[in-house]
Write a protein that binds this ligand. Structure first.
Ligand SMILES: [Zn+2]
Length: 406
């Protein structure tokens, strides 16, 4: 076999040792660059290898504050995983530089970078894992007390690892609710930055948080920029502009409704299959290749909307829809619920039948926060209802007794 980088004959199989010396690529990157499956590049004795703990050397120097901060950021991100006698951190190949940046700090306590290959039965192919590994027994005890500066460094690691920016709002899906509460309290008390808890986390014990406003996000980034700028993937993700794209997800739900005071047959209770097209427009994330994961889009739309409306009478779901659950008012109702989770929402389409649908573009989250919910939705839930002078006439009307005839 010839190495496609240096054109030298390298025997039957290619190895990371050759590639590191020849071009600085890992084998997985070489496979991607030359669009070949790993299965063809690796020999069977490079696959499913068991790592040997005796290759790791315990360092006796105490861990520096920078090491402890990095580890605590990774603990908060649930990024330190255990397997057998090892603890490891893994990131996809597109984030190799970030992993190597961690390694630059963590090698002082004995972490090693490994690209390992496994035959995945479910995928029917060889997949690679890029990981920093250490025997679990070598890990320093987890720190509990820390200064504000340490907390900010840990937060920068957490955000670089699992933070996402959507339409200028930072989202962090904390794997542990207690960490979310602690970070939110410290940011509120020390820096007047508000994190808003949202209802849908991907983790069972987790808590999804969003910087409440654009100003909160911007203040948090001002605090963290000096730490985030060091971390290669954070720079690409948060500080560089990329192309925008629009993605959409269609979901359906079955609902009944009627249109109060409608002059025609829509006054009758009737039902059907609604289709909802949720469109989101934002920058393409360089680390994922996505605007937003379709799975997230579906999860939010399902949990915040479909589960509330499916197999319900729309008029009784909420006061906003009780008078007229028209596609138009339904669109505003849905928009105001989704925009909290999808601030890059750009358009909603609601199909009541395949021939009748409504397109709606509502306010941005920033506009919604400043001006409040739509007045069109709030007539029957408004505190002003029943307060006008004319309501005196209602009182007078019941004082006139009916006359019994006959
Ligand atoms: Zn080569």
């Amino acid at each position: 076999m010839r190495c496609k980088e240096c054109n030298k004959d390298i025997g039957s199989y290619i190895s990371n040792e050759h590639l590191y010396a020849c071009c600085g690529l890992t084998l997985q990157e070489y496979a991607l660059r030359h669009h070949q499956p790993l299965d063809l590049l690796l020999s069977t004795d490079q696959i499913n290898l068991q790592d040997d703990i005796s290759n790791y050397e315990k360092h006796n120097k105490p861990a520096t504050q920078q090491v402890l901060n990095l580890l605590n950021g990774l603990y908060m991100a649930n990024a330190l995983l255990q397997e057998g006698e090892f603890t490891y951190v893994t990131l996809g190949i597109r984030r190799l530089e970030q992993l190597l940046w961690y390694q630059n700090v963590l090698q002082s306590i004995g972490f090693q970078y490994k690209q390992e290959y496994f035959y995945a039965n479910d995928s029917h192919r060889v997949i690679a894992r890029n990981a920093l590994k250490i025997p679990t027994a070598f890990l320093p005890p987890r720190i509990v007390n820390h200064s504000d500066d340490s907390l900010l460094q840990q937060l920068a690691i957490l955000i670089a690892h699992i933070g996402e920016l959507h339409a200028g709002y930072l989202f962090i899906d904390f794997p542990q609710q207690k960490n979310a509460e602690q970070v939110a309290a410290e940011l509120a008390n020390n820096h007047q930055i508000r994190l808003k808890p949202l209802m849908v986390s991907e983790n069972i014990d987790g808590q999804l948080m969003r910087c409440e406003t654009l100003e909160d996000t911007s203040r948090l980034f001002t605090l963290l920029t000096k730490y985030l700028e060091d971390i290669p993937s954070a720079c690409e993700r948060f500080f560089v502009k990329h192309e925008e794209a629009q993605v959409s997800k269609e979901l359906v739900f079955d609902s009944a409704h009627f249109i109060t005071d409608h002059p025609d047959k829509c006054v009758n209770l009737h039902g059907g299959r609604y289709a909802m097209n949720v469109k989101v427009k934002d920058q393409i994330d360089p680390l994922t290749g996505f605007v937003v994961d379709y799975g997230y889009l579906k999860r939010i739309a399902k949990e915040k909307i479909v589960n509330q409306l499916d197999h319900h009478n729309l008029n009784y779901v909420s006061a906003e829809l009780s008078w007229r659950s028209s596609t138009e008012l339904l669109s505003i109702f849905i928009w105001e619920r989704l925009i909290e989770y999808l601030p890059s929402l750009t358009e909603l389409q609601i199909y009541e039948t395949s021939q009748s649908h409504c397109c709606f573009k509502g306010p941005s989250l920033d506009e919604l926060q400043k001006k409040g919910s739509s007045v069109l939705l709030n007539h029957f839930s408004s505190d002003d209802l029943g307060k006008s002078q004319l309501r005196n006439l209602l009182d007078q009307s019941i004082q006139r007794k009916f006359k019994v005839i006959g």
